[in-house]
Design a protein around this ligand. Structure first.
Ligand code: UD1
Length: 339
């Protein structure tokens, strides 16, 4: 009896694998390492002090997934595998639909054949689109503006239809806000291949001197200091959210939860917190707004608190500290294999 984790070598997947292993679960990882490194899984094992099963492969390969599910007698699936770069999703829409939508479809088909009907899905706050009110609760209208967000919404709808058609399915859709931070050991964290798009990994690279400066995309938003406001959430808290969601899978249904802190921080506030923690000045310049960016959004996380008994516990300082610790220990990301 095991839990299948797709994308288990990725940023959120790897932290969730640590939590699962520490809780005594058997873990099977399917990852194609398209945007991650096999080394991550060794580090997960090192932190957890036990081993997992690595089944390298692609979720779009239905027969392969089916074989893995059966061979390891998996009872549930936590599905992280997917692509998340908003800009790239506009230039490569078919690739995004193939990986995120077709990939999930093949995975669900394999699960149905193998008789596995418990599923946790990585969704995103991006499905809400421009806020009609804040904080976003789970009932907020859904109108994602990016191809990336549209692929996530397409899967959410597929899951709801599946559960309506077959009430035996038990599904949790988790809408993440802005995941940041790293494992406290400094062994695993976020190391995207290529140039990072997101604020925190860029900040860490600027503080360490790997990049020259940060460009703040717009300081003319209607926020307290004009820069964009987001609900940052520590990746370890997110991993705990998955552990809590696993428990509700015991009862059939399809439920959706925001996983956020419920507090927004501006880009300037994050820069100051990072400077404080790293004891380094962060050079920055003000640039134009990034196309498709929203000035401000944050979560109403009450539903997760009430129904999952989960809430975020780590503050912005902890997020920056762990992010910085990972950067210092891994100046070249996972290419440094000495750890
Ligand atoms: C972005 C994606 C979102 C995805 C999320 C994954 C876009 C438009 N949105 O969210 O769909 O789910 O990543 O984590 O890409 N910022 C700068 N300079 C930078 C980088 C970011 O000023 O170099 C600002 C942004 O304008 C924003 C804030 O920092 O105000 C956070 O940006 P980011 O980390 O990219 O997250 P989101 O834009 O919220």
């Amino acid at each position: 009896m095991a839990i299948l984790v797709t994308g288990g070598a990725g940023y959120i997947g790897s932290h969730t694998c640590v939590s699962l292993l520490k809780a005594g679960h058997d873990v099977v990882v399917i990852d194609n390492f398209g945007n991650s490194y096999p080394e991550v899984l060794h580090r997960v094992e090192k932190i957890a002090g036990c081993t997992l099963i690595n089944a390298p492969g692609d979720i779009r390969d239905r027969e392969f997934v089916e074989t893995v599910l059966k061979r390891y007698r998996c009872t549930s699936v936590i599905h992280f595998a997917g692509l998340k770069a908003v800009g790239e999703s506009a230039s490569r829409p078919l690739f995004y639909y193939d990986c995120n939508v077709v990939g999930t479809l093949r995975l669900l088909q394999a699960m149905r054949t193998a008789g596995v009907k418990k599923f946790i899905f990585s969704s995103t706050a991006t499905v809400y689109g421009t806020p009609q009110y804040l904080p976003y609760d789970e009932k907020h209208p859904l109108a994602p503006e990016s191809v990336y967000g549209q692929t996530k919404l397409a899967v959410e709808k597929m899951l709801e239809a599946l559960r309506t058609a077959d009430p035996e399915w038990s599904i949790a859709i988790l809408r993440y806000f802005n995941p940041v931070g790293a494992h406290e050991s400094g062994l695993i964290g976020e190391d995207p291949k290529g140039i990072p798009n997101n604020l925190m990994p860029i900040l860490a690279q600027v503080a360490s001197g790997r990049r020259e400066k940060l460009t703040i995309w717009g300081n003319d938003y209607e926020t307290r200091d004009g820069t964009g406001v987001r609900d940052y959430i520590h990746v370890a808290d997110l991993a705990d959210g998955h552990m809590a969601a696993l428990k509700v899978l015991e009862t059939a249904g399809c439920r959706t939860f925001n996983l956020g802190c419920g507090t927004g921080y501006s880009v300037m506030e994050v820069i100051r917190a990072f400077e404080h923690v790293s004891n380094r000045a962060i050079p920055y310049e003000i640039g134009a707004r990034r196309p498709g960016d929203i000035g401000e959004f944050y979560a109403n996380p009450v539903q997760a608190k009430e129904q999952l008994g989960w809430q975020a516990t780590k503050d912005l300082r902890q997020m920056c500290e762990d992010m910085w610790h990972f950067q210092v220990k891994n100046p070249d990301g996972y290419n440094n294999s000495e750890l």
